[in-house]
Design a protein around this ligand. Sequence first.
Ligand code: ARG
Length: 565
Amino acid sequence: MEMDLKTALAETIAAAAGLPAGEVLEMIETPPDPKMGDAALPCFKLAKELRKAPPVIAQELAEKIEAPDFVARAEVTGGYLNFFYDRKFYAESVLQMLGKAREDWGRSEIGAGRTVVIDYSSVNIAKPFHIGHLSSTAIGSALYKIYQHLGYNVVGVNHLGDWGTQFGKLIAAYKMWGNDDEINRDSVSAMLKLYVRFHEEAEQDESLNEQGRAWFKKIEDGDEEALRIFGWFKELTLREAKRVYELLDVQFDSFAGESFYNDKIPAVLDELREKNLLEQSEGAFVVRLDEEGLPPAIILKSDGTTLYATRDLAAAEYRKKTYDFYKNLYVVAYQQNLHFKQLFAVLKKMGHAWADGCEHVAFGMVSLEDGTMSTRKGKIVLLEDVLKKAVEKTLAVIEEKNPGLADKKKAASDIGIGAVIFSTLSQSRIKDITFSFDRVLNYDGETGPYVQYTHTRCASVLARHEDTGAQADLTVLENDDAFAVLKLLASFPQTLVAASEKNEPFYVTRYLLDLAQAFNKYYYEYRIIDDNAAQTKARVALTQAVKDTLKTGLRLLGIKAPNKM
Ligand code: ARG
C-alpha cells in the first residue's frame, strides 16, 4: 500500500525530472517529524546530475509535478521537496486494502519460486534443552513464519547434535550403571547423570575412556546393540524437546542431524582432494584459509575421524542439492562465528557460488536475572522450566487482575509463553539478553502482554459494536493520532520485508509495540463507538485493521492473540 503510493509518487517525480523512476523511489524518505510532510524528496543527490542547487531543483519540481490524487500539497523547504497527503483519501486506501486482506495483510509473492532453508534450535542428544536454545528456536521459528508469509518456500531444519565420541562414553556408562526405568522416567537428566559419573570415574580409571572409544567405534560400525541404545537415547531426548516445541508452537520439516551426513562425507572428501584443497598438517587434514585471513579448517583429525565442520560441509552440499536454496540460514549463537566463517570460506574455495546464499544468523547470550535460576556451575536452566514458571506467574497476575476470566489456564499459557518469546525477540539479535520475569510479564511495559492486551482491547470494542450499515465517514480519521495509526498499518508489509532482509524478527516486535502505542494513544483521545453511526463506522474499521495486524504480527512471531485476558 504505502509502497504503491510511494511508487506512484516516484513515477510522477521521475516524469517531471526526467530520471528513472527506480532511482527516485529509492530517494524518497519519510520525514522524521510528520509536520515536515508524509514523504520527502531530498534533492541534494540530484544537484550533480542536474547541475543546479538543491533548493532550485526542489522549486522547479514543485512547479512541474502533476501530483497524484493522494497528495494534497507539495512544499519546498531548503533542498527538500515535502509532500503532504490527503488524509481522507489515504485513510480510504489503507482501510480498503486492509479490509480485504484482513489477517493476510503483508502476505506477498516476493519470495515465490525461492526456497529458504533455516537451521534452528538444533539441540544436542542427551543434553538438556536449556535457556541458551531459546533464542535459536524463537528467532528461527519467527523467520520461518515471516519468510512463509512473504511467499518463500521454507524448510526448517533441526540439525540435531547426534554424533561424536561422547555418545560412546554415554553408552559405556549405561552398560555399567544404567537403570532403564530411571532413564525412561527422567530421560535427559538421567543421561546427564551417567555422563557426569563417567567423567568422574574416568579420572581414576583410564580404561573407561578406552571403553568409551570402543562403544563409539561400534556406533560407527553400525553395531546393532550400540545403535539400539543410541536410538533410544535419541528418542527420549527428542520426546523432551518436542514438549518444548509444542509449548512454543514450533515446527520443523527435517530432523536430519549430524549423523545423517556420515555416508555423505566421503564424497565431500573426494571433492576436496580433487580440487587440491586438502593439505596434511601435523597428521590432520586441513583446508588452508590464509588468503581469507582465517585459521585452517580442520576436516579430518589425525585418527581419521571427522569433525563438526566436516559434517556441516556435507550438510550444506546436501541442502543445496536437495532444496536448491536461495538462502541457507544458520541460526546459531555468535560463539560459532569462526566456525561459520570457515565453513562458508571452504565452500567458496570449492567453487560453490551458492556459498553467498549461506548466512550465519548470529545471536547473543541469554541469562536469567532471577537468582533462584541462575546458571551456576553445573546447574542448568531448563527452557521447559522457564516456560512453566512464566505461565505460573502469569496465572497469578490473572487471578489478581481478572479473576473472572474464562479458561484462565489457557490464557496464562498464551500470555506467559508469548511474553518469553516476545522478550527474546525484543532487541537486535546480536545483543546479550538478561531475562527478568517481572519485566517481560509487565502488561504496561514494552512487552508481549502489552501488545496482546491492546489486541484484546480492540476485540472488546469490536464485540460491542453493532453494524448499522451506515457509510463510514472517514473525515474522523484525519486527525494526527488516527493518521499515525494508518501510516503504521500501511508500513507493515515493508516491515516484514526488512525483517527478512536482515533476518531480524525484532523489526516486527518493534513494529507491534509502535502500532499498539499509536492505537492506544488514539483510543485514549477518541471514543470509538458513539451515537454517530457514520463516524463510528470509520473508527471501528480502523480498530478492526489494528486488531488484524496485531494478530498477524504476533502470529508471525509464534505468539497467540487471545480475545480476552
Ligand atoms: N548443535 C549445535 C549446538 O548446540 C548447533 C548446530 C547448528 N547447526 C549447524 N548446522 N552447525 O551448538
